[in-house]
Write a protein that binds this ligand. Sequence first.
Ligand SMILES: NC(=O)c1ccc[n+]([C@@H]2O[C@H](COP(=O)([O-])OP(=O)(O)OC[C@H]3O[C@@H](n4cnc5c(N)ncnc54)[C@H](O)[C@@H]3O)[C@@H](O)[C@H]2O)c1
Length: 311
Amino acid sequence: MTNTANKILITGGSGFIGSALVSKLSRNKNNEIHVLDIEEPKINLDAKYEKMDIRSHKIQKYLQKVNPNKIIHLAAQASVAISSKDPILDNDVNVGGSLNILKSATELNLSQFVFFSTGGAIYGEEVGKKFNEDNIVNPQSPYGISKSSFENYLNYYSSKFNLPSVIIRPSNVFGPGQNPFGEAGVVSIFGKKMLDNEPVTIFGTGDEYRDYIFIDDVVDFIEKIIGNNITGTYNLCSGQKTKTIEIFGLLKKIIDYQHEPIMSNSREGDIFGIELDNSKASKISNWKPKTKLLEGLNKTISHLKNENIYK
Ligand SMILES: NC(=O)c1ccc[n+]([C@@H]2O[C@H](COP(=O)([O-])OP(=O)(O)OC[C@H]3O[C@@H](n4cnc5c(N)ncnc54)[C@H](O)[C@@H]3O)[C@@H](O)[C@H]2O)c1
């Protein structure tokens, strides 16, 4: 055991949000970062890496060995589309795997358990409504259901074991490092296809809208949550709605892409639109999203031009 003030375990630390969090949190020399993931990190991370499935029976032993005082739980089946095709896998990872982590976590002396749920897929939809954390959840996909279920488990274990917990409900996070070949993350997917001068498909009419938040603003909020031992449930979002066709148009301009999108049927489980309220998160340590959409898109495209970490 070292003298570090914070021993933080980040599950899913090799993924998009996880890598950005590890990079930022490891810059603070009071933090000792551990990453647990089934995938190797794609970039050089200043962290102790363990290749393990969150569903493994070895989790309990691993957690006892590392003995973190904070866990940030990101590892998940993170695609709505995959959850619709394979709800059993989605449940297995997002509920079973998460519970496997949580159950063993209750045996530790944790000062915080931070869970990445979903803001975009948990509330359902109602045109014109901006959802806040007090609204009743009404998930419309197996992914939303599994995230919501684990929120219930976390609330239960949190009160039963006096475990300080945080539920983060992010909107659509985008930025450098997001997999452009994945099932989710339109900015990177569209951007990469445009850069390669390939056709871009929009699922739906293009008028579907989401709340897009830049990765640095997500990391910034988590840093504040961790630094101040904050608990509770928070939407983590920009507070702005943007249509898919607007994202397409902005990227088209940045990249000077010459083609129109191919329109296809919307995918099962995808809702038409979601708007989220970030006032509760904004009251936390003066956090507010700093990156404007256009600035974030430009940063993402610059990075996509140079990166080769996927494929
Ligand atoms: N990116 C977004 O817009 C967004 C929005 C809302 C919520 N979230 C949630 O935030 C978290 C991180 O999302 P992301 O965009 O970084 O996704 P990601 O797919 O890039 O990262 C997820 C990581 O989890 C790992 N993982 C998957 N199954 C695992 C398992 N069984 N055992 C161990 N590791 C496993 C993957 O290897 C990957 O590195 C997820 O829980 C996701 O549901 C993301």
